[in-house]
Design a protein around this ligand. Structure first.
Ligand code: PLP
Length: 380
């Protein structure tokens, strides 16, 4: 049987990985500054993460949400501690799309309304409502098209206010990435986030922070929204949460009531997933990784701003993007082929850096030197 061919693949067969590096079948090491779409948070194959999962495997790997699972309670407590959202409640699921799908449903249950506000270049996942709130017609099947979602221009406070003043009482939720990932690393402005908070308060709509990519410490704070001091009503998270083990979740503010049957999942919050997520938070705490994301991210950002040839260096913490001019359009491929460095991209001409939060200065310098050399190669 062949694979359903939906992914354009890189010419790379990764057979093992450790820390910030992955290895091909000839044991060539590649510096991983992409982490398989921002998923690797505490480094590939972290010993504590492996031990936690293997130890759990010896006890029980899975049972459904029909029984008590104390690991879920432990994870909720750990998440409350590290995020500071002590009064919020946790719902566990399996992927970013599922987290957003549930968040949007919950907002609609809570408000009794149907309208969702999303923004230009947003990416919220591939399931029905999440993809309807994703600003890319290529991902949206005819059946996903809905009048319930409206797209407003990103960071345009006036447009948001105008839309609310006409439709505020119909709006169930506003969903926004604090830092757009797939859209090309665009940071939501403080003014925009404050306006969303104020308007949601005025009109009793739900503020959903999609922290699937920018959350779990990557931005240098646990949630990217924490840089503003604002609180969302629902935070969704996934990628970095399990360091590669599929686990996702929603943190839900106390004023949103739970009712039996309103949300559900077979696999979400299973024993292995909880063990993986616990190991990630424990490692973040032990190794001070959120702080490292802030410090090393800041160093990378400032150093990249000095490099001639690339443009519009932007981001926060270890979520960094820059534009590549036309004459350097093969830069990503060149870094991969000649320097064995994996980076991410975003259409049309953005390189995205989403390294594991264990990255240090030495690795950052290795990358910066290689980047300069790759630019020089292509310019000569
Ligand atoms: C901000 C954001 N939300 C949601 C998703 C969807 O996550 P998943 O692929 O786990 O469904 C992604 C994935 O790239 C994302 O970047």
């Amino acid at each position: 049987m062949k694979l359903f061919d939906v992914y354009p693949l890189m010419d790379l067969n990764i057979v093992r990985a450790a820390g910030n590096y992955v290895y091909d079948e000839q044991d060539n090491a590649f510096l991983d500054l992409y982490g398989g779409h921002a998923v690797i948070s505490i480094g590939h194959g972290h010993p504590h993460w492996k031990q936690r999962i293997a130890g759990q495997m010896d006890k029980i790997a899975f049972y459904s949400n029909a029984v008590i699972n104390e690991l879920q309670t432990e994870l909720a407590e750990k998440l409350a501690q590290i995020s500071g959202k002590e009064a919020y409640r946790l719902f566990l699921c399996n992927s970013g799309a599922e987290a957003n799908e549930n968040a949007l449903k919950l907002a609609s249950f809570h408000t009794g309304r149907k309208k969702i506000v999303a923004f230009s270049k947003a990416f919220h996942g591939r399931t029905s409502l999440a993809v309807a709130a994703t600003d890319n017609p290529k991902y949206t099947a005819p059946v996903n098209e809905t009048e319930h979602v409206v797209f407003l221009p990103f960071n345009d406070v006036a447009a948001l206010r105008a839309y609310f003043s006409l439709n505020g009482n119909d709006i169930a939720a506003v969903i926004i990435e604090g830092i757009q990932g797939v859209g090309g690393i665009h940071v939501a402005s403080d003014e925009m986030l404050q306006a969303i908070r104020d308007l949601c308060d005025t009109y009793n709509a739900v503020f959903i922070a999609d922290e699937v990519q920018c959350g779990c410490g990557r931005s240098g704070k646990f949630f990217s929204l924490d840089h503003t001091g604002l609180q969302a009503d629902i935070y969704t998270m996934a990628k970095g949460m399990g360091n590669g083990f599929p686990v996702a979740g929603l943190l839900i503010a106390p004023h949103i009531n739970a009712q039996y049957g309103m949300l559900g999942t077979t696999f979400g919050g299973n024993h292995l997933a909880c063990a993986a997520a616990l190991a990630v938070i424990e490692t973040m705490e032990q190794e001070n990784l959120v702080h490292n994301a802030a410090v090393t991210g800041d160093y990378l950002l400032r150093s990249l701003q000095e490099i001639k040839g690339i443009e519009n260096v932007r981001g926060k913490g270890l979520m960094i993007g820059f534009d590549v001019p036309e004459q350097l359009k093969t830069l990503k491929l060149h870094l991969f082929k000649q320097y064995r460095i994996l980076t991410g991209e975003a259409a049309p001409n953005v390189i995205r850096l989403l390294p594991a939060m264990t990255i240090d200065r030495v690795i950052a310098d290795t990358f910066l030197q290689a980047l300069q050399a790759a630019i020089d190669d292509l310019n000569n």
